[in-house]
Every structure is written in C-alpha cells, then in structure tokens.
Design a protein around this ligand. Structure first.
Ligand code: IVH
Length: 677
C-alpha cells in the first residue's frame, strides 16, 4: 500500500474509532458490535506497524498499552489538588450553604446556584492536553506533586486521547485546539462488574477489598499492557481552559461532555436547600443501580468566578462540600465462629450470623479476617453485632452492640490445632494469621488446592465441585492435582451420588483440561501470590517452566510487576520437591509447561521425559543431544533423581551412572539412544 493511501485510511480509522469509543463509553449507545470495533482497531494497528512513522500519541492504538515504566517521574500540579471537607450530616450541609451565602457579595446572596453531583469513589487524577492532545496524566500524590502515569491512563477507554469539539466525539480539525493547554481533573474508577471479574482471577490471598483499591493498585503497575487488561473508566468533573474561565460549573460539565469526556451526566443545578436535599435523598437509594460506586454527593457553588474569591483552607476549598452516605448496616446475632483452612494453610475465622437482609441480599456469613480483628472488635459468641456492606461487595462485622450483651455470650477461643487435621497451628513472626504447617497431609489444604486447580480461571474442570473433592480426598484416591489425571471410571462410580454418566462427564472434563495453555497451568498450580495476570507475565518472560526454574530470585524479580515477594515465592515453589512431584505428574499426563508457538516437535518419542547425559558421547556434543531430546518433547536435566526417566551413558560415565543404578532409573547406551530418536 502506498504511504498516502495508508495515511488516509489511518486518519479515517482513528476518527471512526474515536467516535465509536465515545458512543460506547460516554453515551452508552454503541452503534457497532465489539467484534467490529476490534476489527477496525486491529486494522489500524496493522497499518501503523507497516508505517511506524505515522504513529501518534493520540492514536486509539495507544490504548492497548505496551510501555513499561520502571519508576514514575514526579510532576508538579499547576494548582494544588485539594480534597473536600466531608460530612455525614445534612445539618452540616445546611451550615455550609448558609456560610457560603454569607461570604458572597451582596447582590448574589439572595439565590445563589449550587451544583449537586455524585461523588465517585475512585482515584483522583489530573490530565493535561496540549494542542488538543493528551500529553500528561498524574495522580494526586501529596496534592502538590504526583506520579506521571500517562502511559497507564492512555489505556482508559473513556479518556479522550484527543479532544473532540462540539459534535459528538468526532475528531475535529487540528487547528481547533492549536496553541491551547487545558487541564481536566476527575476520577478513575472500576465498574462493579469489571471489579468482580478482575478479583476472580486473583489468588485469594491477594484479592482487592473494593474497586477503589483495585483501581489504585492498577494505576501503579509498571506494565501498561497489564493495565490495559483491567477495564477502568475516567469521569471528569473539573476543567481549566483559558476561554472558559468565567463559565459556570454546570456549563463546564456540558463543555467537558462536548470535548468527549464522560461526566456521569447526573448533576443538577439547585437553587435552594430543598433541592439539594431532594438530590441527596433520591440518590441515596438510586445509586445502588449505578454500575459504579459512589460514596456521597458533592455540592459546589456554580459561579466559578466566586471560587477564587472564596478561596480555600490549606486542605479544601470553601466553595464545595462532600456529603457522604452512611454505609448500609444491619444488626444481627453472631451465633458461632468456624475456622476455614485455605489452600496455603491460612486459618480464617468466619462468623456464622442469624440471616439478615442487607443492601439487597441475605447475609448469613461474614469473614472476621484474623484474630487481631476479633480482639479489636471485642466480639463474643452470641453478641449482637452491626454488619456493613462496604461497596455492596463483602459484608463485614463493624462493631458489637455491647449495651445489648446478654449472659449467654462466650469468648471466641483461638484454636490451637488445625480444625481439619489436628496439627498444632503456627504463627510466623510479625504475621497476624495462624496457619497449619501440614501442607501435604492436611485434608482442608489438599481440598482447597484441588478446588483452585479446577476453578474457572485455572483448569476449568466444571463438574469437580466441593462434594466430589471431599470424597476423593477423604477416601485417599486423590492427593494432589496430578492424581486427577489417573482417575478411572471405577474410582468414581464407588463415590456417593455419582453414576456412570457423571463419571464419564467428569473424566471428559479432566481430559479436556489437558489442553489448557501454559499460563493457566501456572496459575492453577496455586503458587503463593501468583494470580492469572502474574502467571501471564511469567509465561511471557519464561516461555517454558524449565527456563523459569533456572532463573534466580534476582532474575525473576526483574520481570515487570514481579516484585521480590512474588519472585521469592515462585523460586521457593520451583525448588520444592513436593511441588516438583506434582509438576512431574501433570507433565506425564500430557499437560503443557511451555508457551505455545514453541517449536514444532520432530516426534513425541521423548514426550515429557527427563533425560540425563553422563560420560562422553561419540557422535554428539551435550548441547546437540539435549536439542534432539527437546525436539522430541523431552528435556535434559543435569542430575539424577527419582523424577529422571532415562540416563544416557557415554564412555567413562561416573557417579551419575551409579546413582541411576541405585535408584533403578532406566540406563541406555549412545547406540540405543540413537535408535530411540
Ligand atoms: S471536586 C477541590 N467532584 O473526592 C476539590 N471531587 O474527598 C475538587 N471526588 O479529591 C474535587 N467525586 O478525588 C469533586 N464530583 C466530584 C467528585 C470528587 C469524587 C473525589 C476527589 C476528591 C475527593 C475529596
């Protein structure tokens, strides 16, 4: 394709993509399918790859990420990013209203306008546009300076990479914004549904408590490709543009919408306190049906010229206030506490509650996190407690109604032994959690690991649920995930509630799971701190488990978004004999520990075999011999152990040969090796 032709098509694609992006994210009225959108985007990416000099920072292709930042540069804000004074009482909103009125010039006092808007529960950011192009985005930081997270913010779909200008999200001629510098402030957040989905792919021990934490964590990631995989939204509530200095705030919000920003659209100009109250009251209920979290409303004086006159205290402006909704709470009785043992041995106390309705669902259990939390709450069995759903996600016990305490309460005893296997529990230095050290023998841990292995984001073995896992483990049929692959129909039909049909379904699902790609397998292993995203990073950095096993802790922690804690955990796992036994069994079952698009195999004669070479081979160097094995699905290992499948002995073979003899490992000569190839 000719350059000029490509240039024209690229322009057209960008304009169309921007428009559809706006229709989708800002107006929520898409005109084309996701599939068609992705196709257009792919076409743009392809063209830009052919003509790299045509790539611009405001191209929609930038949203897929790619830049890796080691450390975020610090940027100073043009004006401090203040926060708002908060209140939970309508009386204080009333005070605020009257105070502002008193401070206003006389001719304004009668009927000042306020804008009531939603308070979005996310992370505040400031965006800078030069000549209409998004050039810099920063976190609030300490209010005066924040981190430059431009690359991460480019991945946020509702954030325009280039300003529109009046018509709905279309690109405008380049000169419209020439010579301008505009700042937009707002909040980045994760929608409730997006948050739940993200959390599902994370290991239990690393789940985010709420969408705001998830957003804050995501914006700090170094790898913008990973950021791009986590859908976030930007909502704008502040505009600094020289030509609109005197524009009232509500018209600024309109203007932001015309420029292509999402504002949520739910704001209202209020001319008296009753209207403010109405807004507060109606959103207290309706906010539950929004796809994102709001924790209150913000009331702002509409006349921006007066903002400067009123000024700010050191922390917050005098022309605005936030009214926060109390979290929904309910009172119930804590009937008992049970202790759950997780896949990593952590013992978590869980409160069993008298069922109670709260924020749209019935709650009968709630985690108490750990024993420090129990102590902090001072809670006893049979206490009346208040529970709360923060962000409608997970209910928690917030306080004890001590005044209502009866004579029948009793202390929650800290268990000394594991409720599942009876092993004395331990607590590591500086840790709040108790854990059961009996990794391989504790049925609760074994079961939890199997359930994780079979879960949707891991090997997705659908019919392997709690009751089957319970039976398989309790009867000693399965000890670790590797055992699943040698199950037979006879093993299964002897279990309760399982007939021939469901047995064959389960075996089918287990067989099917062998095709799962390497990154899923890595996640399924349940290595501490390794969620789906981390597994993906690792699989990209080390296309085979073997390469990963050879990496040092330092090398592992050099991978983007893998810190020393994860690196250490991965290293420890890959050097743990019991873990290697599981991996070996999985490998033998035909599960891949290599990223796809590896080299095609010559044949499968050495499939999943660990081969040791010892002594001198006549025809091949060690490297050549190792490659021959690799091309046939096996791999060379350096030392002989129980997991070695074959030792190839050349002339003058020494101690490895002896060890192989002792362990009963198959030994072949160079000649036999050759014929096996
Ligand atoms: S205006 C000078 N409007 O709440 C104050 N803030 O608790 C500028 N927030 O730092 C902020 N929704 O991160 C404003 N509609 C809204 C908001 C909002 C959420 C956040 C913002 C601010 C914090 C204050």
């Amino acid at each position: 394709m000719k350059r000029e032709q490509a240039e024209r098509e690229i322009e057209k694609l960008r304009s169309e993509l921007d428009r559809h992006n706006y229709l989708y994210y800002v107006l929520a009225r898409p005109e084309i399918s996701d599939y068609d959108f992705d196709r257009m985007l792919q076409r743009l990416i392809d063209l830009e790859q052919q003509f790299p000099d045509l790539v611009t920072p405001d191209s929609p292709s930038m949203r897929v990420g790619g830049e890796v930042t080691r450390e975020f540069p610090v940027v100073r804000h043009s004006q401090p990013m203040l926060s708002l004074s908060n209140t939970y009482s309508f009386g204080e909103v009333d005070d605020f209203y009257r105070r502002v009125c008193r401070l206003l010039p006389e001719d304004y006092r009668e009927q000042p306008e306020f804008v009531a808007e939603l308070k979005f529960d996310g992370v505040a950011v400031s965006l800078v546009y030069r000549d209409g192009v998004f050039v810099q985005g920063a976190t609030r930081g300490d209010g005066y300076q924040g981190d430059d997270i431009t690359a991460n913010l480019r991945t946020v779909s509702s954030l325009p990479l280039r300003l529109g200008g009046g018509a709905r999200g279309e690109r405008v001629s380049d000169d419209m914004w020439m010579g301008t510098e505009i700042e937009v402030r707002g909040e980045v957040f994760m929608k409730k549904g997006d948050f739940l989905q993200l959390n599902e792919g994370r290991p239990e021990e690393d789940r985010f408590a709420n969408p705001r934490n998830a957003t804050a964590g995501t914006l700090k990631l170094q790898d913008s490709k990973e950021v791009a995989r986590r859908p976030m939204t930007f909502v704008a509530y502040y505009l600094r543009e020289p030509s609109t200095r005197r524009l009232p705030h509500d018209l600024c919000l309109k203007r932001l919408e015309e420029m292509g920003f999402f504002t949520g659209g739910h704001y209202r100009v209020c001319r008296n306190l009753e209207e403010v109250e109405e807004f507060i009251v109606s959103w207290e209920v309706d906010r539950a049906s929004l796809p994102y979290e709001t924790d209150g409303i913000v009331l702002k004086l509409n006349d921006r010229a007066l903002w400067e006159e009123l000024g700010a205290t050191s922390k917050s402006p005098r022309w605005a206030i936030a009214y926060k909704y109390p979290a929904e709470q309910a009172a119930t009785v804590l009937r008992d506490v049970v202790f759950q043992v997780g896949r990593l041995g952590t013992v978590t106390p869980v409160a069993l509650l008298d069922p109670v309705r709260l924020a749209g669902s019935t709650v009968s259990r709630s985690t108490l996190h750990n024993f420090d939390e129990i102590e902090r709450l001072g809670v006893r069995v049979n206490d009346r407690v208040m529970i709360e759903k923060s962000g409608e996600i997970i209910p928690k016990v917030v306080r004890v109604l001590t005044d209502e305490r009866g004579d029948d309460t009793r202390k929650i005893e800290v268990p000394e032994v594991c409720p599942s296997c009876g092993t004395p529990l331990e607590r590591s230095e500086g840790e709040v959690n108790l854990y059961c050290p009996n990794e391989t023998g504790c049925p609760a841990q074994v079961k939890a690991r199997l359930l994780h292995f079979a879960s949707r984001n891991a090997m997705d073995i659908k019919t392997l649920g709690q009751s089957l896992v319970d039976q398989l483990v309790e009867r000693g049929i399965v000890r670790h995930p590797g055992d699943l692959y040698s199950l037979t129909s006879d093993d299964l039909v002897q279990l309760d509630r399982i007939g021939e049909k469901s047995a064959s379904n389960l075996l089918g699902a287990i067989g099917e799971s062998k095709k799962k790609p390497y990154e899923r397998v890595l996640y399924a292993l349940g290595i501490r701190h390794v969620g789906l995203a981390t597994a993906r990073e690792l699989a990209t950095a080390y296309p085979s488990l073997e390469e990963m096993s050879n990496a040092s802790i330092g090398e592992l922690s050099a991978v983007a978004d893998i810190g020393p804690v994860i690196a250490e955990s991965v290293y420890a796992y890959l050097h743990d004999e019991r873990a290697l036994e599981v991996i070996d069994a999985l490998r033998k079952a035909g599960i891949s520990f290599e990223a796809e698009n590896g080299m095609p195999l010559v044949n499968a004669n050495f499939r999943d075999m660990n081969v040791v070479f010892t002594g001198t081979l006549e025809k091949y160097t060690r490297d050549e011999a190792a490659s021959l094995v690799a091309e046939r699905g096996g791999k060379e290992v350096k030392s002989v152990s129980r997991t070695t499948d074959m030792v190839v002995a050349g002339s003058a073979a020494g101690s490895k040969l002896q060890k192989a003899e002792k362990l009963g490992v198959r030994i072949v000569s160079e000649k036999e090796f050759e014929s096996l190839l």
